[in-house]
Design a protein around this ligand. Structure first.
Ligand SMILES: CC(C)(COP(=O)(O)OP(=O)(O)OC[C@H]1O[C@@H](n2cnc3c(N)ncnc32)[C@H](O)[C@@H]1OP(=O)(O)O)[C@@H](O)C(=O)NCCC(=O)NCCS
Length: 178
């Protein structure tokens, strides 16, 4: 992992990479993230959903996606979903390869994605609610400056099983003070 970490908006060429990440993920990795295995779409369905969102005007996207890069090479993605333009959104974070995790990149890249989300989606606040038993995103959100709101039982995403989730919030005012 180098220190040349950058973030940019999704391009069409990134869509197969995200679809590969999901369809190549082991059951263990998916369960660790709170994914209900029988809700997992096929790779072709990921391509279709991502392309549809890519083509929508930004004000109408339910998912707005940023790509994380190291030395110009895509290594992960961070998207909002659902998204209410001008108001609030829920954020998701993924480094695609285990070798890139646990060395500080996620924390730095989340901060860079937040900048794009607040600016481009004109948001007032951003939430994230990982599976409570998945330490990596919960500790990363804390380190990136998110405020812990509560732990509760919910179905946090369209692919999730019911689970204890930790709800974190970053307001625009808090972000400006970081
Ligand atoms: C979540 C993710 C993007 C975080 O990125 P990262 O580069 O691994 O995180 P960082 O190296 O910046 O670490 C941030 C903090 O989390 C901790 N952390 C990271 N991975 C961890 C793990 N597997 N277990 C426990 N703590 C972990 C780090 O130790 C650090 O805390 P510390 O400095 O207090 O020790 C990355 O781990 C990932 O993609 N994981 C798999 C996908 C996933 O679970 N996504 C969340 C779906 S909701």
């Amino acid at each position: 992992m180098s220190t040349m970490l950058t973030v940019r908006e999704l391009s069409l060429a990134d869509i197969p990479l995200i679809a590969d990440y999901w369809s190549d993920s082991s059951e263990e990795h998916l369960l660790n993230m709170g994914v209900e295995l029988n809700k997992m779409p096929e790779r072709s369905q990921f391509i279709e959903m991502l392309t549809k969102q890519y083509e929508l005007p930004i004000e109408q996207k339910s998912s707005y996606c940023t790509i994380w890069e190291d030395d110009g090479k895509p290594i992960g993605h961070c998207n909002t979903n659902p998204t209410t333009f001008g108001e609030e959104a829920f954020m998701h974070l993924h480094l695609w390869n285990a070798a890139d995790r646990k060395s500080g990149a996620g924390t730095a890249l989340v901060r860079l994605s937040l900048q794009l989300f607040f600016e481009n989606l004109r948001l007032k606040r951003i939430f994230s609610q990982p599976y409570a038993l998945n330490d990596a995103p919960n500790r990363t959100l804390e380190k990136a400056g998110f405020n812990f709101i509560k732990e509760y039982t919910t179905i946090p995403g369209s692919l999730s099983f019911e689970q204890p989730a930790k709800l974190w919030e970053m307001s625009i005012d808090r972000f400006k003070q970081l």
